[in-house]
Write a protein that binds this ligand. Structure first.
Ligand SMILES: Nc1nc2c(ncn2[C@@H]2O[C@H](COP(=O)(O)OP(=O)(O)O)[C@@H](O)[C@H]2O)c(=O)[nH]1
Ligand SMILES: [Mg+2]
Length: 197
């Protein structure tokens, strides 16, 4: 199987407010995470080639649910709630931290984590915390440097180089990505297909 096959079969499964509401912990799952407005929904739509599958929004911080999408009988994509949005109260952030930490620590079917960062502002504290957790729980990571259409070639290369230098671990990959211009989409699919197979 190659290209968009498998991904373009994605269909909405369930929105979970807590871990117990997630589908049975079987098969394989790839989760997407990132700061609000990092381009998570746009990336899911681009990878599946289904417009509007994960809603994109100009109002960040609205999705506090885990949205699950089925690809086939044993593989799923999960859109985790965004983080790092200033208007979210501290108590809500703490709740979020527990939720995500629990998910990463206990979800057996979790086969890989896609962490999205705006290429112009990578490796914020909240991103670094997420990377540290993924490393601690031994979850393979794909770092997508999103909105690559916003920078010139030299600045892109520099951003990619510095993120790679900061994350030298074997099971962390880094990709420049633009949902708008179709940059990195095929490579991202390859990595996900590898994790889900
Ligand atoms: N220029 C550009 N803008 C993007 C890209 N991906 C997302 N955006 C914009 O960034 C904003 C947030 O995107 P969204 O996918 O909703 O982010 P999310 O909050 O992480 O799910 C929206 O206004 C998108 O149109 C991209 O590749 N290039
Ligand atoms: Mg979103």
């Amino acid at each position: 199987m190659s290209g968009v096959q498998l991904f373009n079969q994605a269909s909405f499964l369930i929105s979970a407010a807590k871990l117990t509401q997630l589908p049975e912990d079987a098969g394989k799952e790839v989760a997407f995470v990132g700061r609000s407005n990092s381009g998570k929904s746009s990336a899911i739509n681009a990878i599946t080639s289904i417009k509007g599958l994960a809603r994109t929004s100009k109002t960040p911080g609205r999705t506090q649910l885990m949205n699950c999408f089925a690809l086939d009988d044993h593989s799923r994509l999960v859109d985790l709630p965004g983080y790092g949005f200033a208007k979210v109260p501290q108590s809500e952030r703490e709740r979020w931290r527990h939720f995500i930490n629990d998910y990463l620590a206990h979800r057996v079917c979790l086969s890989g984590l896609v962490l999205l960062m705006d290429v112009r502002h990578p490796l914020k504290d909240s991103d670094q915390a997420m990377i540290d957790w993924a490393v601690a729980y031994n979850v393979p990571l794909l770092l997508l440097l999103t909105k690559a259409d916003k920078l010139k070639r030299g600045a892109l290369k520099e951003a990619e180089r510095s993120v790679k230098a900061a994350c030298p671990q074997d099971n962390i990959s880094v990709l420049l990505f633009s949902a708008l211009q179709g940059v990195g989409i095929e490579e991202a699919r390859d990595k996900l297909r590898d994790w889900l197979s």
